[in-house]
Design a protein around this ligand. Structure first.
Ligand SMILES: Nc1ncnc2c1ncn2[C@@H]1O[C@H](COP(=O)(O)OP(=O)(O)OP(=O)(O)O)[C@@H](O)[C@H]1O
Ligand SMILES: [Mg+2]
Length: 243
């Protein structure tokens, strides 16, 4: 039975889709079966990040509305990692129960289902969060992102989601800038968001080149190591937070 993780943020553009893609690759490399679900209806991006965009035919709404079998909608990145693309739009009638029923078709087969949510606290992020075993809040180390991560955490708690189901990822961390006092440090981020830390991802331009070059992170890069450590922590292993 898989665990469902939703990746959310207050502010847009802080790295949710990049995080989802790379942490899913790391979990798959650690021999876990992972389904990445693109939850960003209308603004899907995971098919591009995994370079399977030319193969997209169906999406998860096609499963819900019986236009295709659930097996047909997913795309194979490799044996351990598959992608379920996002629809262009979704109907007002979509409920937590309907969405969970669709997710349930995959739960036997996968160890982890990771949902890439749109930013903010709109209908879809709250619906996904209500279907999840864990919610990962992504924030960059600056005041605006920290405040919005705190707001999204509070919005989830208001929905009845326990603090124990929230984790923080600090993305685009740049130690030199932190030392020069230009970015918030790890403690500042935890103090401002009140969310338990799951991991830190460094600032790395290769993550931006990824969708154009189709080159995955090098096995020897610090960033690859950081994603590997986050994947291990998701698996319940004790590994140090710092790079
Ligand atoms: N650690 C990082 N270092 C450098 N660039 C990064 C890092 N993480 C993400 N980026 C870049 O930041 C931009 C936004 O990333 P991404 O699309 O993953 O954000 P998002 O939170 O999913 O955005 P949206 O809210 O629009 O869905 C991209 O150009 C991405 O390559
Ligand atoms: Mg995104």
């Amino acid at each position: 039975m898989s665990k469902v993780f939703t990746v959310v943020s207050g502010k847009g553009g802080v790295g949710k889709s990049t995080f989802c893609t790379n942490v899913a690759i790391s979990l798959a490399e650690q021999n876990k079966k992972v389904l990445l679900m693109d939850g960003d209806a209308g603004l899907r991006s995971l098919d591009l990040l995994l370079s399977v965009d030319s193969m997209v035919v169906y999406d998860w709404l096609d499963i819900i509305e019986n236009r295709c079998d659930y097996n047909k909608a997913r795309l194979f990145f490799n044996d351990n990692l598959q992608l379920l693309p996002a629809p262009i739009t979704y109907p007002d009638s979509l409920t937590k129960e309907i969405f969970m029923d669709m997710v349930g078709k995959f739960r036997e087969e996968y160890d982890y289902i990771i949902i890439d949510s749109p930013a903010g606290t709109g209908e879809l992020p709250l619906l996904y969060a209500n279907c999840s075993d864990m919610n990962i809040v992504i924030a960059t180390p600056d005041e605006v992102s920290a405040r919005s991560a705190c707001a999204v955490g509070n919005a989830l708690i208001k929905q009845g989601i326990g603090e124990d189901k929230l984790r923080l990822i600090i993305n685009r961390f740049d130690e030199k800038a932190v030392k020069r006092g230009k970015l918030l440090n790890i403690d500042d981020m935890i103090d401002r968001t009140y969310i338990r830390l799951l991991g830190v991802v460094p600032e790395d331009r290769n993550l931006m080149y990824f969708s154009v070059t189709e080159n995955l992170l090098s096995d020897h890069s610090n960033t690859k190591f950081a994603f590997g450590n986050i994947a291990k922590r998701i698996l319940g292993k004790e590994v140090p937070i710092l790079l």
